[in-house]
Design a protein around this ligand. Structure first.
Ligand code: C5P
Length: 310
């Protein structure tokens, strides 16, 4: 790797996954997206994305969850870097290395997270000094939930999910994520949602007051009462086996279980760290899930970290 900038040190950005505490899906818009009202929470499953100057644009994906991620120009991280370069005219080719800790095509915004991290990393590498708001504007051009992965924390998303307002949330919540074999395609799940409700009139979605109130208490028992995902029925219709995973988690003591985003990852809310450990052990032993991860939220959005040691 030699380039005019090769003396510049690489930049590494850590980016979280997200879970939708509430995902209300409104009508299909003329542009092919659905009007959403959603409450995002950033959780402590991370990808680490490193950018370094190179002679040409490129991407490598590493880690136990790397399978199935494209490394060519279709990779959302490469598209993010090229978008920022084209928009500012100040960038130059980079090689992007993604260490994946977020499930691929799992409904946890793994691809969007990598795009968000790449924007933050290239901004630093190229010395652009763009603010969070400006980076979030570029992020919105890459995907509906990319801006939230820059913002982090807990936030309300409207429009197609890209328009953010902060949510007042207290406390830390503990989650157990049940990873499934294979992914689900987001457009396919939205299409199934449309098919299932083709004879219903779909109202414009509004954030649920119950959920916002629960977040202010910081009490996981309150929050458990208000988790909702309008895509869950569609994900279950495409993957009926997820019903069993949901039932198992609840049987093992989770406060609530919900399909994460478009699935197929299932998110379980638990009372505390210890309950999370117990549930993770029980789900692993049950053999109904591919893998299990524990996490907590809310956590920060994409941020620069010291270079990871391999
Ligand atoms: O915005 P993003 O690229 O993540 O969206 C992926 C796909 O998910 C879209 O092409 C669309 O099919 C579906 N989608 C939707 N309505 C939204 C967000 C996503 O229909 N608000």
């Amino acid at each position: 790797m030699t380039s005019a900038h090769s003396e510049r040190p690489p930049v590494t950005v850590r980016v979280p996954a997200k879970v939708n505490l509430e995902l209300l899906v409104g009508p299909l818009r003329p542009d092919g997206f659905h009007t959403l009202s959603t409450v995002y929470q950033a959780v402590s499953l991370h990808d680490d994305v490193t950018v370094v100057d190179d002679d040409e644009w490129g991407c490598t994906v590493t880690g136990p969850l790397a399978d199935g991620v494209p490394t060519d120009g279709d990779n959302l991280a490469v598209r993010a870097a090229r978008l920022l370069e084209a928009a500012t005219g100040l960038g130059s080719p980079v090689h992007i290395t993604i260490r994946k800790g977020i499930p691929v095509a799992g409904g946890m915004a793994g691809g969007s997270a990598d795009a968000a991290a790449t924007l933050v990393a290239c901004d630093r590498l190229w010395g652009l000094g763009l603010g969070k708001e400006e980076l979030e504007r570029y992020a919105a051009q890459l995907g509906s939930d990319v801006p939230f992965l820059i913002a982090g924390g807990t936030a309300v998303g409207s429009g197609r999910g890209e328009s953010l307002a902060p949510a007042l949330a207290r406390g830390t919540y503990h989650w157990v994520f049940a990873l499934a074999e294979g992914g689900l395609s987001t457009p396919t799940v939205y299409a199934e949602c449309d098919r299932l409700r083709r004879n219903r009139i779909v109202p414009e979605p509004r954030p649920g007051m119950g959920l916002m109130g629960a977040l202010r208490t910081g009490d996981p028992f309150e929050l458990a009462e208000h988790l909702r995902n309008d895509l869950q029925e569609a994900a279950l219709s495409l993957r009926p086996a997820l019903r069993e995973v949901l039932d198992e988690g609840l049987g093992f003591g989770a406060l609530a279980g919900i399909v994460s985003g478009s699935g197929p990852t299932v998110a379980f809310l638990v009372e505390d760290l210890e309950a999370g450990l117990d549930l993770a052990v029980a789900l692993t032993a049950s053999g109904t899930v591919r893998d299990v991860r524990r996490a907590q939220g809310p956590v920060h959005g994409a941020h620069v970290i010291p270079a990871p040691i391999d």
